[in-house]
Design a protein around this ligand. Structure first.
Ligand code: GYE
Length: 334
């Protein structure tokens, strides 16, 4: 039997539910799922910036996949600044979005804001880049690449590049690092060094290494300085295509031939990188796939449905040498 108190609670609950359904209809957010009434999922996405061709392709992929899935996407560009990402995430918490996804510009310094999201019961999905945290419960999963392995692959493909070029003698490497403190910068350096130390301790040496912020302008500027201080560099390992493309300009300005006088290995595989490779200016590219949107939306839905997910959902990628560039170019999607 319903007591008066229980009855009131039930009545208020029913009214609230009806109200919610009405709201959902009013703002046009009700989904067209068979049951109807459930509101569209809102995803708050905080992007790193627009520093590279990879990033542009990644942002486009997220936007179009959200549209395709019928989600409401709130998107913000942090211009490579952590404080902008933190305030974007705080905004999404205040707006009570259903899920927050973000690609953290650097690995450290996220615990406080992630705890705020947890307290507000908003699940967080990392995409592309990882964070360092002592509390694993602060995010559900990471959808992205294995950057350490990309670094190893870069070293392995450099062996082939040196071989093909018939290179003899010491290998003097210049490294253009990504954004300082960012997962792909840390891990691409680590994986490369791992192979170098294990297999080439005698003949390979990184003679200069500095960040070029993952941008073309940064790559050009830093490479010009490298060439001044170390004119005998014969290999460039750039953590992304854009820095490699900027460096090519600096190499040419210094009167040297990129891809010949200086052998070049980059990471990403954006169209402009492939064009430079087909022109003989880049020797090899380690692919890092930015088209994470569809996979991310799938994960977001699973998070909402309470499905159990792996801690890291890895992206599948390939490597490309110069002689594959022309054939591969027409089918590159980014
Ligand atoms: O390689 C670079 C971009 O985090 C994997 O960020 C991404 C990297 C990518 O700026 O081009």
């Amino acid at each position: 039997m319903l007591t008066r108190r229980n009855f009131l609670t039930a009545a208020v609950g029913a009214a609230a539910a009806a109200g919610l359904a009405a709201c959902a209809k009013e703002d046009g957010k009700s989904s067209d799922s068979p049951g109807g009434g459930s509101k569209t999922l809102t995803l708050g996405f905080s992007q790193v910036g627009s520093e590279s061709g990879w990033r542009t392709a990644n942002s486009d992929s997220v936007k179009s996949a959200a549209k395709e899935s019928g989600y409401t996407l709130k998107f913000s560009d942090a211009q490579q600044k952590q404080e902008n990402q933190i305030s974007a995430i705080r905004n999404y918490i205040a707006q009570k979005v259903d899920v927050i996804a973000f690609s953290p510009v650097v690995v450290t310094g996220w615990d406080a804001v992630l705890k705020e999201a947890k307290a507000a019961k908003i699940p967080v999905v990392l995409t592309d880049r990882s964070v360092e945290t002592s509390d694993e419960s602060l995010y559900v999963t990471l959808v992205g690449s294995d950057f350490t392995d990309e670094g190893r692959r870069a070293a392995k493909i450099l062996e082939k590049v040196l071989d093909k070029a018939g290179h003899k003698g010491p290998v003097k490497i210049a490294q253009l690092e990504g954004t300082t403190g960012a997962a792909p910068a840390i891990e691409r350096a680590k994986g490369f060094k791992e192979v170098m130390d294990a297999d080439h301790a005698d003949d390979w040496k990184i003679v200069v290494s500095q960040t070029g912020e993952f941008t073309r302008a940064g790559g050009k500027q830093v490479m010009a300085a490298f060439l001044q201080s170390n004119p005998d560099i014969n290999v460039l390992y750039a953590h992304n295509d854009d820095m490699g493309l900027g460096a090519i300009q600096a190499i040419e300005a210094a009167g040297k031939k990129p891809g010949k006088d200086i052998l070049i290995v980059t990471v990403d595989g954006v169209k402009d990188g492939f064009i430079a490779m087909s022109e003989g200016k880049i020797n090899a590219i380690v692919e890092c796939n930015p088209l994470l949107g569809p996979q991310l939306m799938d994960v977001v839905q699973k998070v909402k449905d309470g499905e159990k997910l792996e801690r890291w959902i890895k992206t599948e990628e390939s490597d490309f040498l110069q002689d594959q560039a022309k054939d591969a170019l027409p089918s590159r999607k980014y």
